[in-house]
Ligand binder design. Structure first.
Ligand code: BGC
Length: 768
């Protein structure tokens, strides 16, 4: 990122607001060492009754189940530890006031929310952010999100989501960073570091809660909330490292997954929550069950009733229960009967108090609130947004999938027809989990293009189709409130208008794909094509013979096999956030140059799933140069993905030199450098991502055909060259062997470096 974030200096400074509390907290610890924290928490625990301890384990949200008056009573009685889904300072302050004024021990509440890709300013969805392959861009997003959320009074976010996924059918792929372990780990780590800053106690920092522990992204068939069955090798090699990376970066919280792993629901899995998380990884923060997950243990078939579910969850290591009353209801009796020990309650309570201490709440319960007179007059004021940063980050996330004969960038002249149900939708462009964002403040593609073309060219607009004409899908998407609209005009009328408009234009830009809710929690799809109504529209537009540019919006890889034939150019834009329309227009007209790379493979059809790049070799690999019947492939489809992992075009071109190694031998404990020279061989400046993959061709178990082990984003002027080097250490060679030992085995290693996972320069070295 070129610019220097102006809030950085502000964000890490000492408190800007004095505490607005008339009642002093239990005590005000100054030092923040782990020792001081332990001493403080031990002392506080010794003063707490069982009910007060159990109260700390309860996380609830204000709503119909918990109206404000009921919450006031719970707070007075010390029956609630934290609140989520309240996002304005006055509401938060009112509850903290109640704690400080009414409760016996005055243990501050913490306030949490799903700040996943922005708070008031909405940035691209995480899958889009991953397409930037730019940890600095992620840090911008994390810092601004934390700034805006802490400015709203929040202390914790349920993010980052680092569930590696090979499953485009799964709607929550939109919330994660794609199919690769290293990319996900790097993005998650950047998010934690930037959100938490030097300390989550700082005025403009948030504590993170990495989720969903663990393996949620591997739900069978991509079907939401489904089970996961996985070998320990794969778990530790591919799926667990991103959670670990987020914890190593200091994440104070862990949200536990809703799925089961090898038959044990994560919420009941003491191996996962204790052996791995606490004993192996030394995690000292809190574990939080996901929404309603404790009672779901009954549905999972491992608990007989709610009391049993509570017993299992707390004994497995769930500290805080989200959104149910079961801990308060059953823990007192369970402790009395001896089914849950006092030590277990103390341990869970300690974890909650630990994070409250780390959030600085015992020093100042109002540290993210300040005095009431400073509250923003308008929570959604324009001045609270960070638009330039949102536009700049969004630019980096756009992936140019196709550009036949350089049809893009478009010239700002003549007549352009912008068509499609997503072209002017302020809600959809924000993507999932953007609830504190205001749709009215987001810029649509239509608005972005209109501004870009003002006075230079004519922009025609038509909706062209509904998002979907399938009444069952419409009903599903609208089941929790209006989400997709159905136009008063018939599908044929919409289509006819669009075609008539296309005929008048020099070029057609079609903004199509998924609505916001189609790529979200509980949005699994068995068909990952663009909905039929929009496919029909594209076919009609293609038939006009006008150049067709597709602007895709979606939260998962789609099967665009048909559209990749029809379109002259395809720009993958994900859901690009508040400034999405500007960023997309900038790219379409060449004011910026697309540089995003796919963080996930695009399959040719749903039948090809899973289609991830780092798969294991088979005994009968398919060779497209010498196809043979008895090899591993689908005989009715072209082998391999439509667009591979790491792929993305630019308006310029790049060349990559052969790989040179600092040595062709690496000894134990040693390292070497692999380098290439990348040259901008085109006519304009551009950025690209240089990717290094390794392969261990002979090992004690099959190793992936290639694995991403390093990446660097570089910008080059026309004609400019840059050497890019990657350090290879034993860490890059290690894997979990059949006996679950993490080691590097001697032998040959292949090194592949390129600008995507397919077209690479190759060499090898020997490790002994
Ligand atoms: C989701 C979590 C989310 C929580 C709170 C759950 O349904 O699975 O990711 O953080 O709700 O909103």
């Amino acid at each position: 990122m070129k610019w220097i974030y102006p809030l950085l200096a502000l964000s890490f400074s000492s408190p800007l607001w004095a505490a607005d509390t008339t009642v002093a907290p239990t005590s005000a610890p100054e030092a923040r060492s782990e020792q001081a924290r332990d001493a403080f928490v031990t002392q506080l625990l010794s003063k707490m009754t069982l009910d007060e301890k159990i109260g700390q384990l309860r996380l609830i949200s204000v709503g119909p189940d918990n109206p404000k008056q009921a919450i006031r009573e719970m707070i007075r009685n010390g029956q609630v530890g934290a609140i989520f889904n309240t996002v304005t300072r006055p509401d938060i302050r009112a509850m903290q006031d109640q704690v400080m004024q009414l409760s016996r021990l005055k243990i501050p509440l913490f306030f949490a929310y799903d700040v996943v890709h922005g708070q008031r300013t909405i940035f691209p969805i995480p899958l889009g952010l991953a397409a930037s392959w730019d940890p600095q861009a992620i840090k911008t997003v994390g810092r601004i999100s934390a700034y805006e959320a802490a400015d709203d009074g929040l202390n914790m976010t349920w993010a980052p989501m680092v569930d590696v996924s090979h499953e485009p059918r799964w709607g929550r792929m939109s919330e994660g960073f794609g199919e690769d372990t290293l990319l996900t780990a790097e993005m998650g780590k950047a998010m934690v570091e930037s959100m938490q800053g030097k300390s989550p106690a700082d005025r403009y920092s948030l504590m993170t809660s990495v989720k969903h522990f663990a393996l949620y992204g591997a739900v069978e068939g991509g079907q939401e909330y489904n089970s996961v069955d996985m070998s320990p090798q794969r778990m530790f090699q591919e799926y667990l490292p991103p959670y670990k990376a987020a914890l190593d970066a200091g994440s104070g919280g862990v949200m536990v997954a809703l799925n089961s792993v090898n038959g044990v629901p994560a919420t009941a899995d003491s191996w996962l929550l204790k052996d791995v998380l606490r004993d192996q990884w030394k995690f000292k923060g809190i574990t939080i069950s996901d929404h309603g997950a404790i009672k779901e243990l009954i549905n999972h078939g491992v608990a007989s009733d709610p009391r049993d579910a509570v017993r299992i969850a707390i004994n497995a290591g769930i500290d805080m229960s989200m959104s149910d009353q079961y801990y308060s209801q059953y823990l007192p009796g369970l402790v009395k009967s001896g089914a849950v020990s006092m030590a277990t309650i103390d341990e869970a309570t300690r974890h909650v108090l630990n994070v409250k201490y780390d959030m600085g709440l015992f020093s100042n319960p109002y540290s993210h609130l300040g005095p009431a007179q400073d509250d923003p007059k308008d929570t959604n004021a324009e001045s609270r947004l960070h638009r330039p940063q949102a536009r700049e980050v969004a630019a980096e996330t756009l992936v140019l999938l196709k550009n036949r004969l350089g049809v893009l960038p478009l010239k700002k002249q003549g007549t352009i027809a912008l068509i499609g149900p997503l072209a002017d939708s302020k809600q959809d462009i924000m993507g999932s989990w953007s609830a504190a964002g205001v749709a009215a403040q987001s810029v649509t593609v239509r608005e972005g293009m209109t501004q870009a073309l003002a006075g230079k060219a004519t922009l025609l607009y038509a909706k062209g189709s509904n998002i979907t004409d399938n009444p069952l899908v419409q009903k599903f998407l609208n089941s929790y409130g209006p989400e997709v609209s159905v136009d008063k005009q018939s599908p044929q009328q919409l289509l006819d208008q669009a075609v008539a408009m296309a005929r008048k234009a020099d070029v057609v830009v079609a903004a199509v794909g998924e609505s916001q809710g189609m790529a979200h929690e509980a949005s699994s799809r068995s068909d990952i094509r663009i909905p039929a109504a929009q496919r029909r529209l594209l076919t009609a537009l293609k038939a006009t013979g006008k150049p067709l540019i597709i602007v895709l919006m979606n939260g998962r890889p789609l099967d665009i096999s048909e559209q990749s034939q029809q379109a002259d150019a395809i720009l993958e834009t994900w859901f690009s956030g508040t400034e999405g329309g500007h960023a997309i227009a900038d790219a379409l007209f060449g004011d910026t140059n697309p540089s995003g790379k796919l963080p996930v493979s695009f399959p040719r059809s749903v039948g090809q799933i899973p289609a991830y790049y780092n798969h294991l070799p088979t005994g009968r690999p398919y060779n497209y140069l010498h196809p043979d019947k008895y090899t591993s492939h689908y005989y009715d489809a072209i082998n391999g993905p439509l667009y591979p992992f790491g792929y993305g075009l630019s308006y310029t071109t790049f060349s990559v030199s052969p790989v040179s190694l600092s040595s062709d031998q690496m000894t134990q404990g040693g390292h070497l450098q692999a380098s290439v020279t990348v040259t901008n061989t085109g006519k304009r400046a551009g950025a690209t991502v240089v990717q290094m993959y390794l392969n261990d061709p002979v090992a004690s178990l099959s190793r992936p055909v290639e694995e991403l082990k390093g990446f660097q984003r570089i910008s080059l002027q026309p004609g400019q060259s840059q050497q890019v080097s990657f350090k290879i250490t034993e860490d890059e060679l290690k894997f979990w062997n059949p006996q679950m030992k993490y080691l590097a085995e001697p032998g040959q290693f292949n090194v592949m470096i390129g600008l995507d996972s397919v077209r690479t320069e190759k060499t090898h070295f020997n490790y002994q």
